[in-house]
Ligand binder design. Structure first.
Ligand SMILES: NC(=O)c1ccc[n+]([C@@H]2O[C@H](COP(=O)([O-])OP(=O)(O)OC[C@H]3O[C@@H](n4cnc5c(N)ncnc54)[C@H](O)[C@@H]3O)[C@@H](O)[C@H]2O)c1
Length: 421
């Protein structure tokens, strides 16, 4: 493939490094594109020349014409995905897009229409499906380990290190990210759709922001905090501080690039201007008949998730305590990754299942999705881990319906054409 990447921030590094490293002999990275000249130059330097050209975002069309990529990888902030996808499809390219596919129903509609018009392929990189333990759950449910799934209890916890990070930068405004029910939960709603082989039909949700607030800052003794960590008078007593200078990658990627566009990576998590919530509860009904209680909390004392599937023949519970990433803040010492799965079939004692595991980020999911995208020999995909634009769309429609329900206080139907009460 001839590949171009748009958006040269944190996430694109995984794709760039794969295309200039282990998969370099199979594909050509031909272009990189970003609004920020410093991050673009940094990525070009890391890509090491070899025929890779850099383009400002305003030159995206010219890039497509000159470099003739057959695949564009979209790694920009969420609200920009739709424009880049539609333009790439119209230019005859396939698209690999980071989640979430888009942030509004109107954007989804445009992507859907462009895909139908061009018949090019859109892949949404739901790396969480590839985490071996989550693939194993799909396999067990598909094989009928607990009969027909009737109910699901699914709670996702972001700890104060990872969770806090969504309140520091562009994610913290719904116009940019759709809010965490779209930006973050699209992973979770996609897992549910995939695990249940279904999609949501209606959602009733409640959301609140209770932790990342000016009041919380005061109660933590952080009154007088600055707008950002780099200029904060109380940084030494803040457990949420992100010191960009202390990590070379963060410094080069963000601190050194600030003057080019004023994108501050370390804004205060207690800022009054934050527009997203940190506490989400949703009750979701699926086309299959299953119902789900879902929660997402962004200030939990632990990171990970717990899901219990109730079926006509038993229950399946999986718990993953996760530790990953450099996001600043203070994480309790001694936290360890752990995964447990318990299968309890009716009439039998509960059994502990040996959990499938793998190395790499996102519970071992990232290396597997890269292999699926870029390896010469594709591994068989009997469980349908590879996700297209429709999967991307359904994952977001759940979140958008939840957002609308939280605002109206009513149950919101999820439809193909958008949302209705
Ligand atoms: N699948 C996962 O687990 C996962 C993890 C992290 C991020 N992501 C996704 O990857 C995407 C990028 O996130 P990130 O953490 O790398 O963000 P980031 O802020 O680190 O990087 C975004 C990059 O896009 C550039 N940019 C901003 N506006 C642009 C525009 N209009 N046109 C071109 N470039 C523009 C910025 O300068 C920056 O270099 C997001 O959609 C995010 O949801 C997915």
């Amino acid at each position: 493939m001839r590949v171009a990447i748009v958006g040269c921030g944190s996430r694109h590094q995984m794709y760039r490094n794969a295309l200039t490293g282990p998969y370099a002999h199979l594909h050509d990275l031909v272009a990189l594109c970003d609004t920020n000249a410093v991050r673009l130059a940094l990525s070009l330097e890391a890509a090491g020349g070899k025929g890779v050209r850099g383009y400002d975002a305003a030159e995206y069309g010219r890039m497509l014409a000159e470099r003739e990529p057959d695949t564009v990888i979209v790694c920009t902030p969420d609200f920009t995905h739709a424009d880049y996808i539609v333009t790439a499809l119209e230019a005859g390219c396939n698209v690999i897009c980071e989640k979430p596919l888009a942030t509004t129903a109107a954007q989804l509609q445009r992507i859907l229409e462009a895909q139908v018009r061009t018949q090019k392929k859109v892949t949404v990189t739901f790396n969480y499906r590839y985490t071996p333990a989550r693939t194993q759950i799909k396999e067990m449910l598909s094989l009928g380990a607990i009969g027909e799934v009737t109910a699901v209890m699914f709670r996702w916890s972001l700890d104060r290190v990872h969770g806090g990070d969504y309140f520091r930068r562009w994610h913290r405004q719904k116009d940019n990210s759709g809010g965490l029910l779209v930006h973050k939960s699209s992973h979770h709603f996609d897992l549910l759709n995939w695990w249940l082989d279904s999609h949501a039909v209606d959602v009733t949700a409640t959301t609140r922001r209770v932790f990342y607030t000016p009041e919380a800052a005061r109660s933590l003794g952080l009154e007088g905090h600055g707008d950002r960590c780099a200029a904060c008078p109380v940084i030494d007593r803040c457990d949420f501080a992100l010191r960009l200078d202390e990590d070379e990658n963060l410094r080069r990627l963000y601190k050194d690039a600030e003057d080019a566009d004023g994108y501050f990576r370390d804004r205060c998590v207690f800022d009054p201007e934050i527009g997203i919530e940190d506490t989400y509860l949703a009750h979701i009904r699926y086309a299959s008949g299953a119902v789900c209680n879902y929660s997402l909390v962004a200030y939990a004392p632990w990171e990970g998730f717990e899901v219990t599937f109730v079926g006509t023949e038993g229950e399946l519970t999986h718990r993953h305590v996760e530790v990953h990433g450099i996001f600043g803040g203070t994480r309790p010492a001694g936290e360890r990754e752990s995964m447990t799965t318990t299968l309890h079939r009716a009439g039998y004692p509960a059994e502990v299942v040996e959990v499938a595991s793998g190395d790499g980020d996102h519970g071992g999911g990232d290396p597997l999705i890269l292999a699926d995208l870029f390896a010469r020999e594709k591994a068989p995909d009997p469980l349908g881990r590879s996700a297209d634009h429709r999967a991307g769309m359904f994952s977001i429609l759940t979140g958008l319906a939840a957002e609308r329900s939280a605002a109206s206080g009513k149950t919101t139907r999820v439809t193909f054409d958008g949302l209705s009460e």
